[in-house]
Write a protein that binds this ligand. Structure first.
Ligand SMILES: NC(=O)c1ccc[n+]([C@@H]2O[C@H](COP(=O)([O-])OP(=O)(O)OC[C@H]3O[C@@H](n4cnc5c(N)ncnc54)[C@H](OP(=O)(O)O)[C@@H]3O)[C@@H](O)[C@H]2O)c1
Length: 304
């Protein structure tokens, strides 16, 4: 099986690469060879890659910058996935794509289901939602894994930001009224591999039965403040020296950002378990494993 994997230098793409390598021959073009900001070039590139499966974690993920780069965000997150999905439908090639909790308006305290009403608050969220809709409209076999609060030991993300700030400052002020599930890229990759790879010999038929959106995040919930507190406690317990003494909970209104973010990012994971038989780790367990990896990476980098 020939698998086209985009975004291989990103968090989710990087975690998927070694798992997909076990399931087939992976072609992982870099941005220069498969540039989602140039949707008009993608069908020709797909003709030459000739994949049997497309896995597309590449995306425009700069949430605040997207407010000023609306056109680019929509090209990468909506138009390009639409072109890929149209090519995939025409060639009967299944597509795995990734979506976000930012398609929701964050109201209430319930868990968002795959068919819950959407209402993005930001350009990024709107562009990702437009991508989901374009993929569905193309009519081919697809799985859209909708995830939240993604991080990895090696990416540009909340874990790395908190680790850096906690090393520099005595007090951190962190938003406590946005709730969701911090999710490791490796938990996402493990689940996608567990769902897709066992069906590799019969992918087209399997996707025909299983196409749609699938919520995919770590289990449990916390706020950014809770997540930051767990990161700091985990780093301290691993012997990392930090300057931070207090972590003060603040409201979203006290931390203005260019893009609005949903207050409620809880995703309902029942479909993942009931239809696909997959459970994800509790966010605390996933964080613990990622911190082990993070601390090793930091020590390696410091030793260089
Ligand atoms: N990060 C989150 O908190 C979060 C939350 C919910 C959902 N998601 C979704 O999950 C998926 C994976 O996110 P992630 O965190 O792994 O993202 P990431 O770490 O920011 O990586 C994004 C990848 O996309 C690539 N990319 C960006 N623009 C591109 C372009 N024009 N052409 C080709 N490639 C391009 C980047 O390439 P370069 O290496 O060249 O920069 C990078 O490899 C995305 O669909 C994202 O929307 C993310």
């Amino acid at each position: 099986m020939r698998i086209l994997l985009t975004g291989t230098n990103g968090q989710v793409g990087g975690a998927l690469r070694p798992l997909l390598d076990k399931g087939g021959s992976v072609v992982a073009p870099l941005r220069a060879e498969f540039d989602l900001s140039k949707p008009e070039t993608l069908a020709g590139a797909l003709d030459s890659f000739k994949p049997d499966l497309i896995v597309n974690p590449a995306a425009y993920t700069a949430v605040d910058r997207a407010e000023d780069e609306r056109e680019l965000a929509f090209r990468v997150n909506a138009e390009a996935p639409g072109v890929i999905a149209t090519w995939a439908a025409r060639h009967r090639v299944p597509l795995v794509h990734f979506s976000t909790d930012y398609v929701f308006d964050g109201s209430g305290e319930g868990r968002w289901r795959e068919d819950s009403h959407t209402g993005p608050l930001s350009v990024y969220g709107a562009s990702k939602l437009a991508g989901d809709l374009a993929i569905r409209a193309a009519g081919g076999a697809h799985l859209i894994a909708r995830t939240s609060w993604v991080y990895a030991a090696g990416g540009a993300n909340f874990l790395r930001t908190i680790a850096r700030l906690a090393g520099e400052r005595e007090d951190l002020r962190i938003v406590a009224d946005q709730v969701g599930a911090p999710t490791t890229a490796s938990a996402i990759a493990d689940a996608v591999a567990a769902i897709v790879l066992p069906n590799a010999t019969n992918l087209e038929q399997w996707f025909a039965r299983s196409s749609g959106i699938l919520n995919l995040a770590c289990a449990g919930e916390t706020s950014w403040h809770g997540f930051a507190s767990a990161i700091v406690a985990g780093l301290k317990s691993r012997g990392v020296k930090l300057a931070v003494k207090t972590i003060t909970p603040i409201a979203t209104a006290d931390f203005p950002t260019k893009a609005r973010r949903p207050g409620n990012s809880r995703l309902d994971l029942s479909r993942l378990k009931d239809r696909f038989g997959v459970t994800t780790p509790a966010w605390q367990d996933a964080l613990s494993a990622e911190l082990d990896h993070f601390v090793i990476l930091q020590r390696e980098q410091a030793g260089r």
